[in-house]
Design a protein around this ligand. Sequence first.
Ligand code: SF4
Length: 281
Amino acid sequence: MLREFDVHVITDTVRDLCIQASHFLSDDMKAALEKAKQTEKSDLGRKILCQLQDNLKIAGEEMIPICQDTGMAVLFLEIGQDIHLVGGNLTDAVNEGVRRGYTEGFLRKSVVKDPIFRENTNDNTPAVIHEEIVPGDKLKITLAPKGFGSENMSQIFMLKPAQGIEGVKDAVLKAVKDAGPNACPPMVVGVGIGGDFEKCAILSKKALTREVGKHSDIPYVAELESELLETINKSGIGPAGLGGTVTALAVNVNTYPTHIAGLPVAVNICCHVNRHVTAVL
Ligand code: SF4
C-alpha cells in the first residue's frame, strides 16, 4: 500500500537539520574528539583539541555556528518505493528547507549561482541532492553540510587494476599529505573505491556520513580503514596542522563493483567539523 507523504514535512525537517548540524556536532564526532585529546602526544596538539571542544561548547550554548563556513548543503535521500510524495516537487521542497534553515538560523550563505560569474544566491541554495530509491515506506534524510576548506583538498584517482590495494593506500595518503593543514585537521577521511568516475566520488562523500568509529562490514575494508588511520596519524600533521599524533579521527571506506579495466578511488576529506545529521520520516 502506498503511503502518502506531504513534501512540506520534508521542508520543515531539512530546515531543522540545517540549524542542528551547524550548531551541534554529532555524538560520534564528540566522542572521537575526546578520545583524540586523550591519545594526542603533542602538548600543542592537546591544547588545540581542548580549544576545539571549548568552541563546540560555546557554539551549542550560545547558538553560534561551530564554524563560520556553514557549508554547502549536501543531502542523501533514501526514498522508500512505497511512498507517494504529494504537495509539491521534492527538489523544491528540499531547497526550501535549506533556504529557511540558512536564513532563519542566520547561517552563512556560501553558494554562488554560477561557478564563473559567482553571484551569491543569498540563501545557500541550491543544495546538492543525492536520491536513492529503497524498499519500504520511509524517507531517510541525511544532511552533511560541507565546508570547502576540506572539500577543496579532495582528490580522485583513476588507478589501473594492477595497482591494487597498495595503489589505493598510496592514493589516500597522497590526498591526506597534500591536504595537510588546509583541511583543518583532525580530519575524517572518506574513501570511495570502485564504481566509475562519479560513483566513487559519491561513495567517498557518503562514507563521511558513517558513524565515526564504526568500521565497514567487509573484513578487508575494515582492516584497510584501521591501517590507513594508523599510517595517517604517523604523518605528523597533527591538530590544526601544527604537529602531533592525531591527524585523522577516522578513515571510512565504501566500495562498489567496478569495470574490469579500472580501479577508481576518490578521497573526500572532511575537517574536524564533520557535520552529519539524519532524520527518518
Ligand atoms: S574546513 Fe571545516 S573547520 Fe575549516 S573552515 Fe571549512 S568548515 Fe570550518
